[in-house]
Design a protein. Structure first.
Length: 208
């Protein structure tokens, strides 16, 4: 059943949509999805894709397959970034993590769209990827100095199908999610990283 927020020929109810999205994700224990990530900025364009696993509280695993393998994961306390074949793996505390992927790891159980995004509103000038979806925009309070705008595309059943970040330098990073699978069993081991033999651990901040 769709709320009036998505009814045809009516003005979308942003408050109702935000509440329904919050309610959906806050009741999830785990979420698996396929993702496509794109970046445009400073004359650079990059497209990558892979699989994502999220688990309460704050656990995430981004497993990139294309165009090259890489791994970004968090057990809720430490975050790791590893390129298979490298002699080093980077590690940092989640508290010090400055990465656009990190907020997505806390979707489960902590989603409060209207609290986290100032000026949350419908974006009629932005076409949804899929007809029938609704596109919202807002400014994230926590990182307003770094992020100009966040765009969310929401499906009629209140899944987040796309998140786009426009940074202060006008670069744009977008994540598209498909094949979302909710509340499946995911072992905690999937969110732990054991460096391969001969790989050095380097502590410090990291991004992409």
């Amino acid at each position: 059943m769709l709320l009036p927020a998505f009814a045809a020929n009516s003005t979308p109810d942003v408050h109702a949509i935000a509440q329904a999205v919050d309610n959906r994700y806050n009741h999830l224990r785990t979420l698996q999805a396929e993702f496509a990530e794109t970046y445009r900025g400073a004359g650079i364009e990059r497209a990558e894709s892979g699989s994502l696993w999220l688990k309460k509280p704050g656990k995430m695993r981004w497993e990139y397959r294309s165009p090259r393998e890489k791994l970004f994961l968090s057990d809720g306390k430490s975050a790791w970034f590893y390129l298979p074949g490298d002699r080093q793996v980077r590690r940092t505390s989640v508290k010090n993590l400055d990465d656009l992927r990190s907020p997505l790891g806390f979707l489960l159980g902590k989603t409060r769209l209207e609290k986290e995004l100032d000026g949350l509103s419908v974006a009629p000038d932005l076409a949804p990827l899929t007809p029938g979806n609704i596109v919202l925009r807002g400014v994230p309070k926590a990182v307003a100095d770094r992020i100009n705008e966040v765009v969310l595309e929401v499906t009629p059943d209140y899944r987040i199908a796309r998140i786009q970040f426009e940074e202060a330098d006008e670069s744009v990073t977008e994540y598209r999610f498909s094949e979302q699978r909710e509340n499946g069993e995911i072992a905690d081991q999937r969110f732990r990283f054991t460096p391969p033999p001969g790989v050095e651990i380097v502590d410090g901040s990291f991004g992409q």
